[in-house]
Design a protein around this ligand. Structure first.
Ligand code: DGY
Length: 328
């Protein structure tokens, strides 16, 4: 056996079997988020962790884990990891980019359409027996076709959301502080704008930025104040990018029309007042949750463990400096 792996939640049996062919593998049979103490105790014995975005990989854990060489995060986002602390200790961190792009983009559209056309409200309406006849003013929503989609963040997932907008004849505005390659924009009716222009001109705003210091509460009271009153906001990125209390105020006061949320500021808790609102669609962080995509993410995390513990640079290494440090 080439080391000990700890898997922090129940994953797919095939992947456990794959890892068992190389490593001594243990896991979390309770299949719940471990407490910091439980996670630290498990990590202390491990050479590698297969971790989730709900696991905090912080200085305390890293200090208590002298054997730990690699943390393979089962997610593209890695804001749950203190990257600087891991790098300083030579612990490799990997993620799962690319394989969830289209699945997440599909889901951003599912939320956009559900929120704009009041699909969840309508479902509740029918189930509660209130549908007694077709009505001219019943559950009216907002058109999607030929309107303007604003993308905050134009990386892989933002681009995939943009490509899908073509079928609806939509115009795209995007904001991204990093240059977007020309080939990613080919065939799109897309224009790079400032955030203020994006807020003022978009009918739909979908967020696709990572959670870093600069994006924390990027969408706040001031941002909502600049949006159209019929704007629909979609967030499939990270909850804290939106000030959720400000969002509740914006939805209650109809400063914006509606929202579709897959992520929350204090996940899994919701800001007071959010769940009482009819003009928001709420899902439990499942944007990447198709059978095929979750399996691919899991396999990718496992491959990263195999490579890292085999002494090779893992394909999806996030902190290159940690690799250089290990080789010194
Ligand atoms: C990620 O990968 O970062 C998602 O939030 C979970 O799929």
């Amino acid at each position: 056996m080439n080391g000990k792996i700890f898997i922090t939640r129940r994953i797919f049996d095939e992947i456990v079997t794959f890892l068992e062919s190389t490593f001594e593998v243990s896991g979390n049979p309770a299949d719940r988020v471990l407490t910091p103490d439980e996670l630290r105790a498990a990590a202390a014995e491990a050479d590698g962790l297969l971790a989730l975005l709900t696991d905090r990989i912080d200085q305390d854990l890293l200090d208590a884990s002298p054997r730990l060489k690699v943390v393979a995060n089962f997610a593209v986002g890695y804001n749950n990891v203190d990257i600087d602390a891991a790098t300083a200790r030579g612990v490799l961190i990997t993620n799962t980019p690319g394989v969830l792009t289209d699945t997440t983009a599909d889901f951003a559209w599912a939320l956009l359409m559900a929120a704009a056309r009041r699909v969840v409200e309508a479902d509740r309406f029918v189930r509660s027996g209130r549908f007694d006849a077709w009505g001219p003013r019943m559950l009216l929503g907002h058109d999607i076709h030929h309107r303007t989609l604003g993308l905050v963040g134009m990386g892989r997932i933002g681009q995939a959301v943009a490509r899908r907008a073509g079928g609806f004849g939509m115009k795209i505005l995007y904001y991204d502080p990093h240059p977007v390659p020309a080939e990613a924009l080919a065939g799109l009716d897309a224009r790079s704008v400032t955030l203020d222009v994006l807020y003022a001109e978009s009918d739909f705003i979908s967020i696709h930025v990572p959670l870093v210091e600069d994006t924390h509460h990027l969408i706040d009271d001031a941002a909502f104040g600049k949006m159209k009153s019929d704007c629909v906001l979609v967030n499939t990125s990270r909850g804290p990018v939106v000030d959720e209390t400000a969002l509740v105020r914006a939805l209650e006061s109809r400063t914006i029309a509606a929202a579709g949320l897959d992520v929350y500021e204090h996940e899994p808790d919701l800001a007071p007042g959010l769940k009482a609102l009819d003009n928001v669609v709420l899902t439990p962080h499942i944007a990447s949750g198709s059978h095929a995509t979750r399996m691919r993410m899991c396999q990718m995390a496992a491959d990263n463990l195999v490579e890292a513990l085999g002494g090779r640079q893992p394909p999806n290494l996030v902190n290159r400096d940690a690799w250089d440090r290990r080789r010194q």
